[in-house]
Design a protein around this ligand. Structure first.
Ligand SMILES: [Zn+2]
Ligand SMILES: [Zn+2]
Length: 250
């Protein structure tokens, strides 16, 4: 880490950073040099409150922009992600597969979360996760992160996503109109907000199964109050013909 040791602090009351020894410009330059390394940002945020403020306001935003420039430009175009703190959640969403806790109604036991090197998010893919009445919404969804042989029923796929302008989306309006109840205990792994169960709301279209390559009705999906989506499914095994053609290519 390039930020000198003397600038680290354990509690803000006696934090020397507050005295202005290190400017925001310097922090910016250092972290740009580190290519907005998320591990370093997270580590520093844990030990310094002053740094955490800067990270939430500037560094996570730059991190998101550097990793998914087009998506960030689109999400920002309506101003829904200008609020302090949400960049941090979005940054985590980009690089962290949340795994699965105890929320499953299917036979998925506990699978811990993990960082991922790179994930593709697609708005086209997101359309498959919207029921016809809500197709005008913009939703970015990741390719499934495959956890082979980790579910009781075989291979599990986890996916995550984010709505653009969630406060004015049709999905949010419908969840409220249908009076779908928020999950009593589970919270969003990215922003800690409460979650709606999309399965309970009957708002998972069949096209999502096809998109994921999952068994029919094997998808569980949650959307949080801030428009982050997390979900899991049981993946179909590769068909014999697919495996055969793979072998032929070898
Ligand atoms: Zn994963
Ligand atoms: Zn969230």
């Amino acid at each position: 880490m390039l930020v000198p040791k003397q600038y680290r602090c354990t509690h803000s009351a006696s934090c020397i950073c507050i005295k202005g020894h290190l400017s925001e410009d310097a922090i910016y330059l250092v972290f740009r040099h580190l290519n907005w390394n998320p591990r370093s940002i997270a580590l520093m945020s844990c030990v310094c409150k002053w740094f955490d403020e800067i990270a939430k306001r500037i560094l996570w935003k730059e991190f998101c922009r550097s990793r998914a420039p087009k998506m960030m430009l689109d999400l920002q175009s309506c101003g829904s992600h200008s609020v302090d703190g949400s960049w941090k959640a979005l940054g985590k969403l980009l690089i962290y597969c949340s795994g699965f806790g105890h929320r499953g109604v299917f036979n998925i036991t506990h699978i811990p979360g993990h960082f991922v090197y790179r994930t593709r998010f697609s708005r086209t893919s997101g359309k498959s996760f919207l029921i016809p009445q809500c197709r005008t919404d913009d939703l970015y969804v990741s390719d499934p992160c495959e956890h082979l042989d980790q579910g009781d029923d075989g291979d599990v796929g986890f996916f995550r996503g984010v709505f653009k302008s969630f406060p004015i989306s049709s999905v949010r309006k419908m969840l409220i109109d249908r009076q779908v109840i928020l999950h009593p205990t589970e919270v969003c792994p990215y922003c800690k907000a409460k979650l709606w169960n999309m399965l309970q709301a009957k708002m998972i279209p069949r096209s999502a199964c096809i998109r994921l390559g999952a068994y029919d009705d094997s998808i569980e999906c949650y959307v949080c109050l801030n428009g982050h989506m997390v979900g899991a499914c049981t993946l179909l095994p590769l068909s014999d013909s697919e495996e055969a053609s793979d072998l032929e290519q070898c």
